[in-house]
Design a protein around this ligand. Structure first.
Ligand code: HEC
Length: 504
């Protein structure tokens, strides 16, 4: 059915452009080459993330029909943010103009002619940087009997002086089994503990659900504060991520004594292979006048009851919580309560009867308590997510949608840089909202089996869910390289109390 629909669409597209044919010569490769170079080759090149190159006439001709289909559908180049999002850096490279689509359609319709040969453009040279990688490969295995492994490795930058990281590129060795990667910056006692974990594991790393697992769950509120101020996100990788450079004028401070913990969430839905994930950092001296960046997380509760008619044991919220406790530990199973608390919600705010379950929503409003500047915005859900939005001051004259992804695709995620950084004042509200499809037909497929519907909660497994906004925030001009504890805080106490409840 799908194929027929696509063919019909392509035919319709051709019919639309047919009248233009008579005007002048049909386009040749020379006409489409600049489009492919500008908007496709960054991924469609040798060694790029796409399965084939589009950097020569031969490549383009070989894939002409598919190029037509994907460009007319709007599926390539991939660009998930909708037009109501803020202007985002790089979107012009990811959105085809009507004129460009038209040239491609006419080129294919006229037989994908090569015409006068044009030289294949050279791929951009790989940027130099500081490459960090674990000592050896690691073969993931389900750490909790499910299909998920969270493993951490110690990386040593061996810096001569404090630096700002201006770009953090993570290169997963086995992208098909990597759900996410986070680079945590660790200093002081946390760094010592990371070295200890590394030694104890003979360099092979340690299991680390939630955070880097450096004691952040053991010491109550104080340890929770440490998680916030000591385990900063230096970089992140999610499927589809293309933005590696931090916003212009900003950087992530990395003291010379710091170590980096590489956390990899392996998602073992696909066949497992040994992995060695690398990180490439670009750095400048910490004396450079850059604004230090922090990553702030804005989670919302996830409460997705079973669709009507589903009767599995895990359709009970309590049973689903007990299973989460068994899989990820008691602390993990308190997160759903922590999120309700943080977001000032009650379970009764969420429906128990959801019909077919195709549209279940949640949201969370949080108040900012110190002035700050938002440079970048990301959003994260898992496999049942449909729509996610990160907004500022909704429902007020100062309302702005920072990011809206209306057709969520787990494989295309990024942290987007705002074209114009957004200034926020104390009292401003950040809202993250998510919508899910928890119907029987939309359950994740593991192996070749579709899972039975269940009550889905916030959880760390790929087949659990999340509703998470992430903001890259400028935390004040650095007077020197000493780290100030996160300069912006939410309403006093809310973070530490949440973090004491749950490991975020
Ligand atoms: C950000 C990276 C990226 C960019 C930019 C990009 N692609 Fe792709 N493309 C991919 C990846 C990765 C795949 C493999 C399928 C997937 O992951 O969806 C793909 C797949 C394709 C396919 C095969 C799809 C299929 O299912 O048969 C075509 C055709 C294609 N791309 C054309 C283009 C064209 C034309 C452009 C530019 C106008 C473009 N792509 C831009 C990453 C990209």
């Amino acid at each position: 059915v799908r194929l027929t629909a696509i063919l019909a669409l392509a035919a319709a597209a051709l019919a639309v452009v047919t009248p233009g044919w008579g005007e002048g010569d049909p386009p040749t490769y020379a006409d489409v080459a600049p489009i492919l170079q500008d908007k496709c080759a960054s991924c469609h090149m040798k060694g790029g993330i796409a399965p084939f190159a589009l950097t020569s006439a031969r490549d383009a001709v070989a894939h002409a029909q598919d190029i037509l289909r994907m460009t007319q559908l709007g599926a390539m180049p991939p660009w998930p943010p909708a037009a109501d999002s803020s202007l985002l850096v790089g979107q012009d490279k990811r959105i085809l103009t009507a004129g460009e689509k038209d040239v491609i359609a006419r080129w294919v319709a006229a037989g994908a002619l090569v015409g006068t040969p044009v030289l294949a453009p050279k791929p951009a040279p790989a940027a130099p940087g500081l490459t960090l990688a674990p000592a050896g490969t690691y073969t993931p295995h389900a750490a909790v009997g499910g299909i998920d492994d969270y493993h951490c490795f110690l990386l040593l930058p061996r810096l001569a002086s404090d630096v700002f990281v201006t770009s953090a590129r993570v290169i997963p060795g086995q992208p098909s089994i990597v759900h996410h990667v986070i680079l945590f910056e660790e200093s002081g006692a946390q760094a010592a503990l990371a070295r200890q974990r590394d030694r104890a594991s003979h360099g092979r790393g340690w299991t680390c659900f939630g955070g880097p697992n450096l004691g952040e769950l053991t010491g109550g509120v104080q340890a929770a504060q440490d998680t916030l101020t000591h385990s900063r996100w230096l970089g992140v990788w999610v499927p589809g991520k293309a933005t590696n450079d931090f916003p212009a004028g900003t950087g992530m401070l990395l003291p010379k004594s710091a170590v980096v913990v590489l956390q990899i969430h392996y998602n073992l839905i696909h066949p497992v292979r040994p992995d060695r994930t690398r990180a490439v950092l670009k750095t400048v001296p910490a004396t450079t006048p850059l604004r230090p960046l922090e990553t702030m997380l804005f989670p919302a509760p996830v409460e997705l009851p079973c669709p009507a008619g589903a009767t599995g044991a895990l359709c009970s919220r309590d049973a689903a919580l007990r299973q989460e406790a068994r899989a990820y530990g008691q602390a993990a199973s308190t997160i759903p309560f922590g999120l309700l608390y943080l977001c000032n919600k009650q379970l009764s705010d969420y429906p128990r009867q959801v019909g077919a379950g195709t549209s279940i929503s949640t949201s969370c409003d949080r108040r900012i308590s110190q002035p700050a500047t938002i440079y970048g915005v990301g959003a994260h859900m898992h496999l049942r997510g449909v729509d996610i939005k990160v907004e500022l001051n909704p429902g007020t004259p100062r309302a702005a949608t920072l990011l809206h992804i209306p057709a969520w695709n787990f494989r295309w995620q990024d942290i987007y840089t705002l074209e114009t950084p957004a200034a926020v004042e104390p009292g401003d509200v950040v809202r993250v909202s998510c919508r899910y499809d928890n119907s029987a037909a939309n359950q994740p497929v593991v192996g070749d089996k579709r899972l039975a519907p269940r009550y889905v909660l916030w959880g760390e497994g790929t087949t659990d869910e999340m509703c998470l906004g992430a903001l890259q925030v400028g935390a004040g001009i650095a007077a020197d390289a000493t780290r100030s504890p996160a300069a912006i805080r939410l309403a006093p106490g809310s973070w530490s109390r949440l973090l004491a409840l749950c490991r975020l």
